[in-house]
Design a protein around this ligand. Sequence first.
Ligand code: ADP
Ligand code: GLC
Length: 485
Amino acid sequence: MHIVFAASECAPFAKTGGLADVVGALPPELVKLGHEVTVYLPLYATVRQHIEGEWKYAVRSITIPFEHYNRFVGIVDGGKRNGVQYYFVDCPELFDRQGLYGTRTGDYPNNWERFGLFCRAVLEAAKLLGVPQVFHVHDWQAALIPVYLRTVYSLDPVLREAGVVLTIHNAGYQGWFPPDTTERLLFPWEIFTMDKLEQFDNFNFLKGGLVYSDMLTTVSRKYAEEIQTAEFGEKLDGVLRGRAADLRGILNGVDYAQWDPATDGNLAARYTPEDLAGKRECRADLLHAFGLEKVPESTPVIGIVSRFATQKGFDFVTEIADELAERNVALVALGTGEPIYERFFREWAFRNQANVAVQIRYDDALAHKIEAGADMFLMPSRYEPCGLNQIYSLKYGTAPVVRATGGLDDTIEEWNAELGTGTGFKFEGLKASGLLEAIDRALKAFEDKEGWKKLMRNGMALDYGWERPAKEYAEVYEEVARRRT
Ligand code: ADP
Ligand code: GLC
């Protein structure tokens, strides 16, 4: 079957979070299953460095009409990698910028136009380069593809039979814009109603995708249930309950070619469940990278790698920060994001120079070093559709301490010292004291060296590779294709 992926991120070309990891890793796995996969991505400034030699245009110019003007996009042929065909949508005036979605001061105001154009360009390009049986679109940035397909393109004989699967990676980002976006993107006003794209008098990209796609998926079973409730649905829970029969939760895989301490080239030493010696070297290397060389061997190290966003539950950390820093523990954090949390981490580190350190930036190699060098990994997210870092942590023998939500709840099992079962530490509820208690359970468990090794090995033995989820996605595509013919 031919599947076209459309997304705003794809590793290694453009990444701000886990979406890029998924769109980077799932297509090659589908190719292994015998499918033909094409990926479309906007040609941002960061993509340029990945295009070797002279640009080869698969299509030189496609006209994308707007209300009183046209834009013209080229489709750059990114070639085949691991059997996957990549096409980059080139519209320099909209995409040739450093940030994917905005600058430090906020989102680009014309994101409606950037991603509206992207969606339409994918449909137009597919007509020239190959219409798939199924479009697999991701998050709000690609969510207008099904809307165009079933409204202004509905009579197109070439596109009519194509199905659409939309994956929700994060219901907290929906693409809200003013009502006149309807006209500016050349949609009929009929779609601006409560049962379609309108929401609280806004034009809502994601809602449109939820209404018009053939099937919906999200990235863990637990989150598939959670988003149907008012607490997690981000005001789309009603729409999602209405589509419950077409919604599946498919837990993300992780790419062990990138994230395995046995082969990871970013580390000071490699290690395996059988021979854990290298992890000590990784720990020393990590403490050196954060200027915490003096932390004694007996002190456990907690790592954080994250977007600093409210979603990630750092408000819990701010509440317990002073108490935590007094424990026998060291903390290293890597992240960027909301100024309030960047400032919190800087000040926390400044007040506790002996055992807390932070680096405010995006650094893939350092993220790997943290996974390997830390003893515990902290993810107290308020909500977490899947979460990849805790799954990386399992492979690196680094015990996750998580809030029991979404993919965190699905992937982490509480450690039971008597039975020797479990992989990490979880807390429920919305109290910071719950987090502190979970950390305290982890610190206590760490004191039992043999028990801790068992805990590490339990996690390292698990397989969260892409093989199983790729098969589940393939079943969804088959179902959609069946429904449309
Ligand atoms: P989300 O997509 O919500 O940010 P995930 O856990 O799914 O959360 O994925 C986050 C991804 O982004 C991981 O691959 C993680 O290593 C990476 N990441 C996040 N922040 C940074 C950073 N500051 N430096 C390097 N990698 C980061
Ligand atoms: C989103 C979610 C994260 C998930 C990622 C990939 O960014 O916040 O939980 O792992 O998408 O699906």
